[in-house]
Write a protein that binds this ligand. Structure first.
Ligand code: SAM
Length: 285
């Protein structure tokens, strides 16, 4: 597959692709995302606003596959539900126009559950139908893929070739302890006043637990409904960015640029893909 990775973030789709395809170009506006992508994948993404991507540029690349994770805020539970009306959907609308002009042979989209049934979903399905492409839609969660973390996501897989839904894996997650850093960073611990203020709203887990809630981009800044906190015999702490990365199934060698703040690291991870789930979506092609 000759792939365009759109809204590339830290490059989750590229990890999920493995040797199935070659990324011809990745696109993202975020400096932090692009620096992280370049460090891990060795290629610089194009720092471009996708709402103005010229059709000529796409045609010149000659990709046959698009993988994309458009911003989910217009569709998420805690977002504004404005769908295509949300300015953050402009890039998606523009890509749909480019798709109409020169459709690739395959497309895989990932987003939050609220995408299903939205106007953006209707637009994408219409475009795929107009091009005579086959499509599958499913919801999948990393907790079914052996990871002790929930990340329920929607995938739309489309191809010119017929598609068959694969059985959902049912791998049992191991304990969170397997995903923890060897050495704890003391800065991750919550101060006693913070803990007292938020204790009733925190999602507390222990190293032996085999489940944890989804990390969102605001993890580390917000306490309630932002992800799990770990209870140890020293107190209660956040998961470190490298622990979150392991819980998303990112490979052991994955790293962040040294200078990137904790906050930026959590934001990139909170936007990220669960790699085994994305790989399974690609298995359908
Ligand atoms: C949901 S995240 C995608 C995460 C990615 N799949 C990964 O593995 O990390 C959306 C990404 O789209 C980027 N983005 C949002 N709007 C954009 C736009 N208009 N043009 C280009 N990139 C955009 C954000 O910077 C963010 O990194």
């Amino acid at each position: 597959m000759k792939v365009l990775e759109l809204f590339s973030g830290l490059g989750g789709w590229r990890y999920a692709l493995r040797d199935r395809g070659h990324v011809l170009a990745a696109y993202d506006v975020s400096e932090a995302a692009n620096a992280t992508y370049a460090l891990n994948h060795g290629d610089d993404p194009r720092a471009r606003e996708l709402a103005t991507l010229p059709s000529r540029e796409v045609a010149e690349l000659g990709a046959d596959t698009w993988v994309l994770s458009p911003p989910c805020q217009p569709f998420c539970r805690m977002g504004n539900h404005q769908g295509l009306e949300d300015p953050r959907s402009r890039a998606f609308c523009h890509l749909m126009e480019l798709f109409q002009q020169a459709p690739p042979d395959r497309l895989v989209l990932e987003n939050v559950g609220g995408f299903l049934g939205s106007d953006a979903h209707a637009l994408l399905s219409e475009q795929l139908r107009n091009q005579g492409m086959h499509q599958l839609e499913f919801q999948a969660c990393s907790s079914h893929f052996g990871l002790p973390n929930q990340r329920p996501r929607v995938f739309i897989v489309a191809s010119r070739r017929s598609l068959k839904a694969l059985p959902m894996p049912e791998l049992q997650p191991g304990p969170l302890a397997d995903y923890l850093d060897q050495e704890e960073d003391e800065r991750l611990y919550l101060r006693s006043e913070t803990l007292a203020r938020h204790i009733h709203g925190l999602d507390l887990v222990e190293p032996g637990d085999r489940r944890s809630t989804c990390f969102i981009g605001g993890y580390g800044r917000r306490f309630v409904a932002s992800g799990p906190f770990l209870k140890t015999n020293l107190g209660v702490r956040r998961f470190s960015p490298s622990e979150v990365a392991r819980l998303l199934g990112l490979p052991a060698g994955f790293r962040f640029p040294e200078a990137l703040s904790f906050q930026s690291r959590y934001r990139l991870l909170g936007n990220g893909l669960s790699i085994p789930v994305a790989a399974w979506a690609l298995d359908h092609l």
